[in-house]
Design a protein around this ligand. Structure first.
Ligand SMILES: Cc1cc2nc3c(=O)[nH]c(=O)nc-3n(C[C@H](O)[C@H](O)[C@H](O)COP(=O)(O)OP(=O)(O)OC[C@H]3O[C@@H](n4cnc5c(N)ncnc54)[C@H](O)[C@@H]3O)c2cc1C
Ligand code: HEM
Length: 394
């Protein structure tokens, strides 16, 4: 428990820290990577360049400081971050390192004096412990699952299949020949790449793109322009090669009973978590609606697979939008609508009592979807979404 004095100091200094925002985060990361360069093996240095992670960490600490007398308000945020942290296997010692650089940065930029620094160090320690405890629970619960493990496990690539011009699926089996732990459809794994092609170890998250299998995991990856890991996996990883994976994590997952109508909405490679859900829902009693947006036929991943699922299950309906169909694309067969996705066009499928909507894609797309869902009368409890990068409130 924090003392009343500490709480008062944090509350009165949080606005000053908030105003110092971008300078503080820039200084913090420079200080940390200079003092502890080994952390470049943990952080995505491409995210560092575009500032997203800096913003995420800083916003989390300011939100905590502002809610210092009501930490329970942050429970949802802690859960999401703790899941993400487990895919990086963050250690207690690393929490101490981050804490030292945070306090060092506040001292160097704001020189607020010993009393204020001590209060921030104490408050950071409390926050760090909340994460350390929750992350430990997640490690333990996965380890206790059938096929579960703790830490990193070696997996070998057993199948590689191009699903569209830019998206390729990869199926991995454990090198030790054992089974893999079940996951909740929508969750992701952390993948660790140690290759001579890279200066540092690279860690990324990929959503599991199939229903639960006992002996393998499938992920499906879009080649990003200048993206390090996606291009490496597309171009260099061959059948039999190994990578390391962390156990499945994430707080975006299918959570419905058999009578709940489900609407799955995705754009581009955002279909990976929703495809895992769709495959899982093939025995569902209530209606399931698949709404997917992509550029055109060459970019349309899993088209035949989804057509088969729809044909074999009367409760599944699929609707596809092509932003700019080519002359080879056939309306009615390959796609149903042209332009950006508009859920008003399938409103009867969306407006069903108690429907739950799961969506994933670029942030702008998800804002567009959330707006349409609100217009159609759905509420925020019916909406669940995943960002393929630092989480954003849409
Ligand atoms: C929960 C979660 C689930 C995910 N699931 C999937 C999934 O199922 N499938 C999938 O494909 N992806 C998924 N992602 C995204 C994935 O983790 C990676 O972010 C993505 O593959 C890009 O990684 P990369 O190493 O190829 O690109 P990075 O090297 O990380 O680069 C990221 C971006 O930065 C840009 N960039 C790189 N270098 C520079 C530079 N010098 N200057 C400016 N910009 C630069 C690149 O153009 C690229 O667009 C998921 C992410 C999360 C968080
Ligand atoms: C109390 C302390 C911490 C807070 C409040 C915090 C907060 C955050 C937040 C908000 C995110 C973004 C999550 C998301 O939306 O996806 C994040 C991601 C991350 N955190 Fe933490 N974090 C803390 C400690 C640490 C520590 C100790 C490390 C390791 C040294 C660490 C490493 C990372 C990494 C690697 C990411 C992913 C960012 C990327 O892609 O580069 N964090 N953290």
């Amino acid at each position: 428990m924090l003392s009343a004095k500490t709480i008062e100091i944090i509350k009165s200094t949080a606005p000053i820290v908030e105003q110092t925002g971008p300078n503080l985060t820039a200084h913090f990361y420079e200080r940390m990577f200079a003092g502890n360069p080994e952390l470049k093996n943990i952080f995505n240095m491409s995210n560092q360049r575009n500032g997203d992670q800096r913003e995420a960490l800083f916003n989390a600490i300011v939100a905590y400081a502002k809610n210092i007398d009501n930490v329970s308000a942050l429970v949802g945020a802690v859960e999401k971050i703790a899941h993400k942290h487990t895919s990086f296997q963050i250690t207690k010692q690393q929490y101490d390192i981050v804490g030292q650089h945070l306090i060092g940065t506040i001292d160097e930029l704001l020189a607020p004096g010993e009393e204020v620094l001590a209060a921030w160090a104490e408050a950071y320690g409390v926050l760090a412990n909340i994460f350390i405890e929750r992350e430990e629970q997640l490690y333990q619960s996965n380890e206790n699952l059938e096929g579960g493990w703790r830490g990193l496990r070696d997996f070998k690539l057993v199948e590689k299949k191009l699903e569209s011009e830019h998206i390729c699926s990869f199926v991995f089996e454990p090198v030790d020949g054992g089974t893999v732990s079940p996951f909740k459809p929508g969750q992701y794994v952390g993948i660790y790449i140690n290759s001579d092609s890279f200066e540092f170890q690279e860690i990324r998250q990929y959503s599991l793109s199939s229903s639960v299998q006992t002996d393998s995991y499938r992920i499906s990856i879009k080649r990003e322009p200048d993206g390090k890991v996606s291009n490496y996996l597309h171009d260099e990883l061959s059948i039999g090669d190994t990578v390391q994976l962390t156990s499945p994590a994430g707080d975006f997952f299918l959570d419905v009973d058999n009578t709940t109508p489900v609407v799955l909405v995705s754009a581009g490679v955002g279909l990976t978590p929703t495809l895992s859900m769709l495959e899982t829902l093939n025995q569902h009693d209530a209606p399931v609606t698949w709404a997917h947006a992509t550029e055109n036929g060459t970019q349309h991943a899993f088209k035949d697979h989804i057509n088969r699922l729809t044909a074999n299950h009367a409760n599944i309906d699929a609707f596809v939008w092509y932003n700019q169909p080519t002359k080879n694309d056939v309306e009615g067969a390959d796609y149903h609508f042209t332009g950006l996705i508009d859920l008003h066009e399938i409103k009867d499928a969306v407006i069903q009592a108690g429907a739950q909507v799961y969506f994933c894609g670029p942030v702008g797309f998800m804002q567009h979807i959330a707006r349409q869902l609100l217009e159609l009368g759905l509420n925020s409890e019916q909406m669940h979404y995943e960002c393929f990068g630092p989480h954003k409130v849409i």
